[in-house]
Design a protein around this ligand. Sequence first.
Ligand SMILES: C[S@@+](CC[C@H](N)C(=O)[O-])C[C@H]1O[C@@H](n2cnc3c(N)ncnc32)[C@H](O)[C@@H]1O
Ligand code: SF4
Length: 330
Amino acid sequence: MNLTQKAAAGLGLARVRVLGHRVPVAVRMNLCNRCHSRCDYCSLPYTPTDEMSTDEVARIVRDLAGLGTQCISLSGGEPMLRGDLGEIVDACVRHGVSVEMNSTGYLFSRRREMIRKLALVKFSVDGSEAVHDEVRGRKGSFRELEQAIEVVKELGVRFSFAFTMTKRSLPEVPFALSFARSHDALIAFQPVMAHKHSSEDVRATFPDRADYLRTIDYLQEQQRRPGSGLRNSAQALEHIRGWPDIHGMKCWAGEAFAVIEPNGDVLPCDRIEYSAPIPNCRDKGVAWALSQLPEKECAGCGFSGAVEINMLMAGKVGILPSLLRVVKGD
Ligand SMILES: C[S@@+](CC[C@H](N)C(=O)[O-])C[C@H]1O[C@@H](n2cnc3c(N)ncnc32)[C@H](O)[C@@H]1O
Ligand code: SF4
């Protein structure tokens, strides 16, 4: 994000908070459910869907920019599987929206021109080579990630890491933290969750609660060190201590941020089920869909992006130092 976009994002959040505007400052667009990986906690690759065309996605980007959205995060599935990703990124840039991408690092060396235009790449990492490949269900995943890191470094594109804590990957947390530090990048830790898009047997991947709590203690201790490399704030780590039952904070999904599914469904959050009908933006447009968002019934979650925005909106100043690190790109 450039300085103007950061200022506009701050102003947008203030409007949501103070005036009750329902224009999401940040939108995650899941471009496909397709994925070349088979992570043991995720069901997306087994959930076929009717993907929007390039023109439909570009129209949504234009309309979101017009409404005041400042940041679009491209995700999936694996967004790199969309052959038209370059055109989608160009649409974001053309409309002045900061564009980020969540990815495994698949095929980065083949699409440098597109990657160069991204404001931030958030790579998933699940541990050192053997564990990462095992969790991702695909040999060579870690090598691919390392090659992708080289590409973003060469291009000067900012990047960070996301780590999903499971039974298998929990012992790899110290490795992942030093891996991120060795690349001079931040890393966010989040617990594996049972949700709408998790695998059927996701609970088999849940860590033992005592081991989980020891890991949170370790992360909190690391958090106190200067240059820790941790993206989670101290308060956010305290919040996710309650896993698998995380609650006690107002969630701003559907107000400060929203999600668009590959088929055009618009949701406050894609990890929960809704009893009311879900609006689709393909025919009636994204402004209409945003005005029809269903009410959510959710006690809370541990997803790091949501937790940090919710804490900011709750005026928890303790998260400001780590938020500033993220914004400054340290
Ligand atoms: C759904 S993936 C999409 C982007 C890309 N395919 C990737 O894996 O980075 C986004 C993130 O969600 C995480 N994730 C998937 N299923 C999860 C679950 N059940 N609980 C917590 N995180 C999960 C992944 O580890 C990944 O970091
Ligand atoms: S978490 Fe990402 S890489 Fe893994 S299966 Fe799901 S979409 Fe694919």
